[in-house]
Design a protein around this ligand. Structure first.
Ligand code: DUC
Ligand code: ZN
Ligand code: ZN
Length: 469
């Protein structure tokens, strides 16, 4: 069955123009000039979707999510089904989630468990990165097979000593391996040894509330780790992608490396653009627990968010992902009522990334084309999914969002679809709204109706990053 999306403005990473999009089965087959003879003749036989007044954009690609992941004695509250359904509601049609090799665990076992959890349960297409929590000789060997099987990115941690932390030797080994096999290293860049000391000292002083999570995870300790990761990647001759960058000082490190010609990339997340240490993490009582994530929210007095917007414009930040890692306030965040170190780390936001970033278009921080580039095209290219994903062009998957720039609404726990009992973005007024979402040619969201299904989403075997020189 063919579908013709007619009358909209197609937005790509390079610009926007009126065009009709012809879809056949799961694929985009043509992008047509409106009113052209081909468009008119297609209209007579196709199922026509009216996109008048709407932007027609590639489905969002969120390359950093954690569905149903075990952490801090609990499990993130979105399953693959609920999380990918919420993503779809928000105009995201691809996620790249993580499999985690814990200390002492075999890489393959960890990965198989994630395949089993996701398979048949996703409403949109999905891939995996591999988290290496134990860089052994065996794990290093396994990295080659994983790249060959479409898992071409490996997350390492400089934080969480004794749990996930890799030391500099292990980091360098993994980087050398990626240098050989074409993989890319994703880095959680925070000095966890120093952070744990400061956290212990805070707890010993009786400073046990949520805000202390942000106070001990100092910006210097993010920038120091970012700097070290960059230098190690230089020695290891490996491309590097810094995840969830939040501090201006860390951004400076990335910018310096990029100006020097290194293959260093970074993502930030909406929470660092919208939420702050004082107003959110430092909210009265235990309220701040809702905003505990790592890296932490930064001080509103230090202009981090303004610097991040600049980085997004200047391409020192290449991608916006969510680091979607939701926990309910009740019973989950509450695990850390007496000690901020026990609060599960994470914020849910997979549903709101496209809208929150679109506010940057509304306010003039970024262009319409840059919005699409940051949220769809570059993440697809960075992680080997392009041009199957992240673009509207013939041959690409028909993952298409009709976005209504005129709609206004307010984010709330009462209207979101994530499996969370609060919204970190409660009360934020949004201009623009997802109207229709198509995944591989199937309409899965239409206005206020979800028409998708768990199991529609397919596993994506990814190629190598297309950002490497
Ligand atoms: N890092 C992440 O990427 N997600 C959740 C917690 C963390 O430390
Ligand atoms: Zn991390
Ligand atoms: Zn994460």
């Amino acid at each position: 069955m063919t579908k013709l999306i007619r009358g909209g403005t197609v937005v790509s990473s390079t610009g926007a123009s009126p065009a009709d999009v012809l879809v056949d089965g799961e694929k985009i087959v043509a992008v047509l000039e409106p009113g052209s003879a081909i468009a008119e003749s297609a209209a007579s036989s196709a199922d026509v979707i009216d996109a008048t007044g709407k932007y027609v954009i590639p489905g969002g690609v969120d390359v950093h999510t954690h569905m149903e992941i075990d952490s801090a004695g609990t499990t993130s509250s979105d399953t693959f089904e609920t999380g990918t359904t919420a993503a779809a509601w928000g105009g995201t049609t691809t996620i790249v989630d993580f499999a985690t090799q814990s200390h002492g665990e075999r890489v393959r076992e960890a990965l198989d468990a994630r395949f089993a959890a996701a398979s048949g349960n996703c409403a949109i297409d999905y891939g995996f990165h591999m988290i290496l929590g134990d860089v052994t000789d065996e794990a290093l060997k396994e990295m080659d097979s994983l790249v060959a099987e479409g898992i071409s990115s490996f997350k390492l941690f400089m934080a969480y000593p004794g749990v996930l932390l890799s030391d500099d030797r292990q980091i360098l080994q993994a980087m050398q391996k990626c240098s050989d096999n074409g993989g890319i290293v994703m880095m959680h860049a925070e000095n966890g040894i120093a952070i744990d000391l400061l956290a212990e000292q805070a707890a010993a002083r009786g400073d046990t509330g949520p805000k202390n999570h942000g106070l001990v995870r100092r910006a210097e300790l993010e920038s120091e780790a970012t700097h070290r990761a960059i230098k190690l990647a230089k020695v290891g001759e490996c491309p590097l992608y810094i995840v969830h960058l939040s501090a201006s000082e860390a951004l400076e490190e990335v910018a310096r490396a990029r100006n020097g010609g290194s293959n260093v990339f970074a993502e930030t997340c909406p929470q660092y653009l919208y939420l702050t240490l004082e107003d959110h993490l430092g909210a009265p009582g235990f309220e701040g627990a809702k905003y505990v994530c790592s890296t932490p929210l930064r001080s509103k007095h230090e202009h981090h968010a303004a610097d991040l917007w600049t980085g997004l414009r200047a391409n020192d930040l290449s991608v916006v992902s969510t680091d979607h890692c939701p926990f309910c306030f009740k019973d989950q965040k509450e695990l850390g009522l007496d000690d901020f170190r026990l609060i599960p780390n994470g914020i849910g936001g997979v549903e709101h990334r496209m809208d929150l970033l679109y506010q940057g278009v509304v306010s003039g921080e970024i262009s319409l084309a840059r919005w699409v580039e940051l949220c769809a095209t570059t993440p697809a290219r960075m992680f080997g999914l392009y041009p199957q994903k992240g673009t509207i062009q013939p041959g690409a998957d028909a993952d298409i969002v009709l976005y209504d720039p005129a709609a206004t609404w307010t984010i709330s726990v009462d209207n979101h679809h994530m499996n969370m009992d609060y919204s970190a973005y409660e009360g934020i007024e949004i201009t623009g709204k997802v109207d229709t979402v198509m995944s591989r040619g199937e309409v899965i969201v239409s206005g206020d109706a979800f028409r998708g299904r768990a199991g529609h989403g397919k596993y994506l075997e990814r190629g190598l990053s297309q950002y490497l020189v």
